[in-house]
Design a protein around this ligand. Structure first.
Ligand code: AMP
Ligand code: GLY
Length: 420
C-alpha cells in the first residue's frame, strides 16, 4: 500500500516510524515531513494546511491511505475533501473536528451527555465577561473557543491577570477569531493524564496511557508548551480508575457521538483531570498527542496500518491491538527561548552517537548544506524503552546528553516519579 502522512513534527515522525515496520506498506510519503522523516519516507514539499495541494498529490501518487497528524487540516476539512475524491483517510471529518476546534462545542457535548467535566459558561461579549470575572473564584480558567496553537488557555491567579487575559483575547484579539467566543470554567485540581483512543463508528478503544509535561521548566514551572516530554504507561491508572473512565467517560462519549450523528473515525485524545471526585474531562483533541505518541507507539506491538484500516472500515471491534510490557520515556529538546521566540538554523550534532534501539524523533529540523539544523521550537524527541520505567528514563537521558545544539534546553525531571 501507498500511505501519505500529513504533518512534519515529532508525532508524524513516530507515525511514519511505526508504519515503516508494516510489511504491507510499500511506499511511504510525508508532507511536508522534516530531516528525520526524510530518512524513512519520501517527503513532499506541500504544507500540512494546503488541502488542495495534498489532495492533488494523493491522486497523482495513487495513495491508498492518508493519515492526518495535526489538528488544523482536520478542522479545515481535509478528510471531507479527500473523501469527496474517494481517497481513504484516517482522521475525523470537519464536523467531528469541532471537538477540538471549538471548546464551547465540546463543553455542550459533555454537558448534554452527562460526562464529568468542569462547570462552565460561554461568553461572546467582552463587557459581560469582564462583569463575570471571578465567577468561579480563583484561579480563573479562561479559554479561547477556537484553535490557538495550544496557547489559548489562561489560568489566571488574580483578578488583574484575568482582566488582562480577557483584554488580550477579546480586546486586542491576539488569537483573532479564535476568541470570538470565550469559555470560562471551574478550576479543577488533581492529577492530569492524557488518554489516546482509537475510535470508529461502533467502538472506542483506549491506547496505553501516557503522562505529558506541559510546562517548559523543571518542577512544572514557567509557561505552557506543546509538551516537553512524556512517559508511558502513566503510573496512576490502576484498574479501578480505568473502569471508572470506561463507564463514566468512554462509553457515554461513544454513545453521545452516535446520538448526535458525529461519525468520528480516528484518534480521540482525552485530556483528563483525576480529581478527588473521580476522573473529569478537561478537553478533547481529535488527533494523536505530541509528544504522547512517541512514547505510546514505542510500546505498540501490532501493525499500525492494520489498526488505521480497521478504523477507516469500521471494524475496530475485531482488530487485535497488542502492547508490549516495556516502558517508554520521551524527552524533548527545545530551542533556546521556546515557547517564546527562538532562533533557527543551529547545527545539531551527536545524532550518530545515539544507541541503536533509542529513537530520536525529529520535531523541528531540516537539512541545510548537508547538515541537520534546528527549524522549530521543539527540535528533537528522544524516546527510550526499558524493562522498567527507571531503565527507560536513564537511557533516555544518557542519550539526550550525547546530542548537541547551541541553546538546547530540556527538562531534567521527565519521568521522575513524585509521590502525589
Ligand atoms: P487545554 O488546552 O484545555 O487542555 O488546557 C491547557 C491546560 O490548562 C490543561 O492541560 C490543564 O493543565 C489546564 N486546564 C485547562 N482547563 C482546566 C481546568 N478547568 N482546571 C484546571 N486546569 C485546567
Ligand atoms: N501534548 C499535548 C498535545 O498534543 O496537545
Amino acid at each position: 500500500m501507498k500511505v501519505l502522512v500529513v504533518g512534519g513534527g515529532g508525532r508524524e515522525h513516530a507515525i511514519v516510524w511505526k508504519l515503516k515496520q508494516s510489511p504491507r506498506v510499500e511506499q511511504l510519503y510525508c508532507a511536508p515531513g522534516n530531516a528525520g522523516i526524510a530518512q524513512m519516507a519520501e517527503c513532499l514539499n506541500i504544507g500540512a494546511e494546503d488541502i488542495e495541494g495534498l489532495r492533488a498529490a494523493a491522486l497523482e501518487k495513487d495513495i491508498d491511505l492518508v493519515v492526518v497528524g495535526p489538528e488544523v487540516p482536520l478542522s479545515m476539512g481535509i478528510v471531507d475533501a479527500m473523501n469527496e475524491k474517494g481517497i481513504r483517510v484516517f482522521g475525523p471529518n470537519a464536523k467531528c473536528a469541532q471537538l477540538e476546534g471549538s471548546k464551547a462545542f465540546t463543553k455542550a457535548f459533555l454537558a448534554r451527555h452527562g460526562i464529568p467535566t468542569a462547570g462552565y459558561r460561554e461568553f461572546t461579549d467582552k463587557e459581560e465577561l469582564l462583569a463575570a470575572v471571578g465567577i468561579y473564584g480563583y484561579p480563573m480558567v479562561i479559554k479561547a473557543d477556537g484553535l490557538a496553537a495550544g496557547k489559548g488557555v489562561v489560568i489566571a491567579e488574580t483578578r488583574e491577570d484575568a482582566v488582562k487575559a480577557i483584554e488580550e483575547m477579546m480586546g486586542q484579539r491576539v488569537f483573532g477569531n479564535a476568541a470570538d467566543t470565550v469559555v470560562v470554567e471551574e478550576y479543577l485540581s488533581g492529577i492530569e493524564a492524557s488518554m489516546l483512543c482509537f475510535v470508529d463508528h461502533n467502538t472506542i478503544v483506549p491506547m496505553e496511557s501516557a503522562q505529558d509535561y506541559k510546562r517548559i521548566f523543571d518542577g512544572d514551572k514557567g509557561p505552557n508548551t506543546g509538551g516537553m516530554g512524556t512517559y508511558s504507561p502513566s503510573l496512576i491508572f490502576d484498574e479501578e480508575l480505568q473502569e471508572r473512565i470506561r463507564t463514566e467517560i468512554l462509553e457515554p462519549t461513544l454513545s453521545g457521538f452516535q446520538k448526535d450523528g458525529l461519525d468520528f473515525q480516528g484518534v480521540l485524545f482525552i485530556g483528563l483531570m483525576i480529581t478527588d471526585q473521580g476522573p473529569k474531562v478537561i478537553e478533547f483533541n481529535n488527533r494523536f498527542g505530541d509528544p504522547e505518541t512517541q512514547s505510546v507507539l514505542a510500546r505498540l506491538d501490532s501493525d499500525l496500518l492494520d489498526i488505521f484500516e480497521a478504523v477507516v472500515d469500521n471494524r475496530l471491534a475485531q482488530q487485535e491491538i497488542r502492547w508490549g510490557d516495556r516502558r517508554a520515556v520521551t524527552v524533548v529538546l527545545a530551542s533556546e527561548g521556546y515557547p517564546g521566540r527562538y532562533p533557527k538554523g543551529r547545527e545539531i550534532t551527536g545524532l550518530d552517537r545515539v544507541d541503536e534501539d533509542v529513537v530520536v524523533f525529529h520535531a523541528g529540523t531540516k537539512m541545510c548544506d548537508g547538515k541537520v539544523v534546528t527549524a522549530g521550537g521543539r527540535v528533537l524527541c528522544v524516546t527510550a524503552t526499558g524493562v522498567t520505567h527507571d531503565e527507560a528514563r536513564a537511557r533516555a537521558f544518557a542519550n539526550v546528553e550525547r546530542i548537541h545544539f547551541d541553546g538546547a534546553q530540556y527538562r531534567k525531571d521527565i519521568g521522575l516519579i513524585r509521590k502525589h
